[in-house]
Design a protein around this ligand. Structure first.
Ligand code: FAD
Length: 289
């Protein structure tokens, strides 16, 4: 099912994200995790696509299995900055052949150019959105947005102007970068709507369940860490079982607050961990029905 239709049809939705195997991980382990996460029956699952060729090889296959073998709606991510037009078109055709209806159109992070010279055929996600519209106009396209501003953006206002361009080019919904302070998200929503960006926005929540995730997630996303969250990591960080429970509780609390404030579409970055996905879904079982 197209995600724009799902978001219109269902009052509250919860989607979960998985990533394909890294060169160092076994495909079987990822497959098992994907199957267990799909068994929780989220509204849809999205599958990431590694920039620079890293973990992109199995994205379409996993998204197809989620839909065909496990009966859950799926979305495939696609990045463009490290790819040629030919590779991008090939990927779109593969998705089409696999019956995938939803693509998250992304620029991707810019790799170190000394290691990987860029083809310079795509510079921004908006160009990928236009490409998909041309090659496969039937696809439902989503885009990324950043409540705290994209780390490279000149200003938050400029960043929102570029989000608006993506929507005008054909993005039917947006999914946010992770954030740990809901008030930042509410403020961002106000600014998006004020700028005339009216498509549905899915709030991206990352349950931090291991101490070593904190630094990396924050470095990648540039997200602020509220004092309440910091004390959880300080207090429970060295004890894995306690940190996991506290991280799931913090993410659940964020989601309940979002839903109670009218933000009813939630995406959880479950990082291939079925226990984390199940913990969140269990905590929300009545709310999601
Ligand atoms: P863009 O929309 O192109 O924006 C990037 C920067 O360029 C911003 O600062 C923006 O303000 C600026 N900009 C945009 N358009 C223009 C323009 N026309 N002129 C000048 N400046 C402009 N990465 C992966 O590698 N694989 C994934 O699967 C993946 N999934 C993601 C899912 C979500 C929900 C999110 C939030 C991020 C994901 N990422 C993924 C990371 C993403 O690729 C990076 O954040 C990347 O740096 C930016 O991608 P974008 O699509 O937001 O880029």
């Amino acid at each position: 099912m197209r995600i724009d239709e799902l978001l219109k049809k269902k009052e509250v939705t919860l989607s979960l994200e998985v990533f394909p195997p890294k060169p160092t991980t076994a495909f079987e382990n990822v497959n098992r995790a994907v199957k267990e996460i799909a068994a929780l029956k989220p509204d849809f699952m999205s599958v990431t696509y590694g920039a620079g060729g890293g973990t992109s090889a199995h994205t379409v296959q996993i998204a197809r299995d989620i839909k065909d073998a496990y009966g859950v709606n799926s979305m495939a991510h696609l990045t463009c900055v490290s790819s040629t037009k030919e590779t991008v078109e090939e990927q779109i055709q593969l998705m089409r052949q696999a019956g995938i209806e939803n693509i998250l159109a992304l620029r991707g992070d810019i790799p170190d150019s000394s290691e990987f010279p860029l083809p310079e055929q795509f510079h921004h996600a908006v160009e990928l959105v236009r490409e998909i519209k041309e090659v496969a106009p039937e696809m439902c396209i989503g885009g990324a947005c950043y409540p705290e501003g994209h780390p490279e953006a000149v200003s938050k206002g400029e960043d929102i102007r570029h989000i608006k361009e993506k929507v005008e080019a054909g993005c039917e919904f947006l999914t946010t970068q992770m954030f740990f302070d809901n008030s930042i998200f509410y403020n961002y929503m106000y600014r998006l709507r004020e700028a005339g960006v009216m498509v549905p926005v899915i709030a991206g929540i990352m349950p931090i369940t291991r101490k070593n995730q904190v630094e990396r997630s924050i470095q990648l996303s540039g997200s602020c860490v509220p004092a309440r969250f910091k004390s959880i990591v300080d207090w429970f960080g060295e004890e894995p079982a306690k940190m996991k429970q506290a991280g799931i509780a913090y993410a659940t609390d964020q989601i309940i607050d979002l839903i109670a404030n009218g933000i009813s579409h939630i995406h959880v970055y479950t990082m291939n961990d079925p226990q984390v996905a199940a913990g969140i879904m269990d905590n929300l079982s009545a709310i999601l029905n």
